[in-house]
Design a protein around this ligand. Structure first.
Ligand SMILES: NC(=O)c1ccc[n+]([C@@H]2O[C@H](COP(=O)([O-])OP(=O)(O)OC[C@H]3O[C@@H](n4cnc5c(N)ncnc54)[C@H](O)[C@@H]3O)[C@@H](O)[C@H]2O)c1
Length: 331
């Protein structure tokens, strides 16, 4: 069995590559390294069942030989990245998804889309079930990511309705673990890096906003179950334990053993106030439930960043530019 994984050099993509290889598959990865890292795949240099294409998926391409499945994970994913790459983010969600769906159609392969909890926007319904349509500002800065993923979902469903393509849609909630890029600006990596560097932890707003954090092995297990099931979804894959950002900060400093200076920045436009998955569908249809709680996950993640620093890597946090909260309209 042979699978194509787009975004293979990224955080989730590289863990998916490892999992499929471990399960006995041949894997073709594709990535243009816009936010990915070669080191994430370096351990596979001598793996005969893995090959990598360096390619931008917004340009048409094909894969020689059979393909049984495709997991479409290429896209900038952290707010700092997609706010710096707005057009690229829209293009990979739009044209990129179109190109990859065409490959799935040509090969008769199952297609799994990496969608996101961001399709729910700043939710007015809590926790978020899959039948909630969301509250997204299409013209705000975050709209480039949220709308790209909403369009990608619509396109995926159109391929199913028009061509009968075998598709699945995963709505992924915040996931963390080793191989998150240290400077990609996500809250877990930022807090860990800042704490290890004895820097103040950057909190946007009051820190009372909530998020739900899923450890990477749980996420990969949920995604593989969805890929292997004849289930369209969308299906929420995330950890339903909800934490305020300040609670996360407290846990990180407890686990790194450092003290807790916090520096506050204004809340970015359209930042969700709450975020928590209703995972009833994943439990029912996939028999999936996350196993790793946040403290356990941090204990597995902190040594990764500590190791990078000890190896002399340039490990820094990255924060959002301060623009004033205008909701995307001119101030
Ligand atoms: N990690 C999360 O918490 C999370 C949450 C929701 C959704 N997702 C989705 O999962 C997927 C992977 O996210 P991640 O956290 O691993 O991010 P990541 O930035 O680590 O990985 C994305 C990968 O896609 C590649 N890529 C981007 N545009 C490309 C293009 N045009 N052509 C080829 N490759 C391209 C990047 O170089 C990178 O290797 C994304 O689609 C993201 O939207 C992730």
């Amino acid at each position: 069995m042979r699978v194509l994984i787009t975004g293979a050099a990224g955080f989730l993509g590289s863990h998916l590559v490892d999992r499929f290889l471990a399960d006995g598959w041949e894997v073709v990865g594709v990535d243009n390294f816009v936010t990915g890292a070669r080191e994430n795949l370096a351990h596979l240099a001598n793996e005969a069942r893995f090959s990598l294409m360096e390619h931008d998926v917004t340009e048409p391409f094909d894969v020689e030989g059979r393909l049984d499945g495709i997991l479409h994970f290429a896209s900038p994913a952290s707010p700092v990245d997609y706010l710096e790459l707005p057009i690229e983010t829209l293009k990979v969600g739009g044209q990129g998804t179109h190109n990859v769906l065409e490959i799935a159609r040509r090969h008769g392969a199952r297609f799994l889309l990496a969608s996101t909890s961001e399709v729910y926007g700043d939710p007015k319904f809590h926790p978020q079930p899959e039948n909630y349509w969301g509250n997204v500002n299409p013209i705000g800065p975050r709209g480039v990511y949220d709308e790209a993923k909403r369009y990608a979902e619509a396109l995926t469903m159109a391929y199913r309705r028009t061509y009968g393509l075998d598709v699945g849609i995963a709505r992924i909630f915040n996931t963390y673990g080793p191989r998150v890029r240290p400077g990609d600006g996500r809250v877990v990596s930022n807090f860990i890096v800042q704490s290890l560097r004895d820097e103040a932890l950057t909190v946007y707003g009051t820190g009372a906003q909530t998020r739900s954090f899923c450890y990477v092995t749980d996420q990969i297990d949920g995604l593989c179950r969805l890929f292997g099931a004849s289930c369209v979804g969308p299906v929420n894959i995330g950890n339903p334990n909800e934490f305020t950002i300040l609670e996360l900060a407290q846990l990180v400093v407890e686990e790194t053993g450092n003290s807790l200076p916090v520096s506050y920045l204004p809340l970015p436009p359209d930042d969700p106030i709450v975020r928590c998955p209703d995972i009833s569908m994943a439990r029912l249809k996939l028999g999936w439930t996350p196993k790793i709680n946040l403290r356990m996950g941090l204990r597995k993640t902190i040594p990764y960043f500590r190791g990078l620093m000890e190896a002399g890597r340039d490990v820094r946090s990255r924060t959002l530019p301060i623009t004033g909260n205008t909701g995307g309209l001119p101030a």
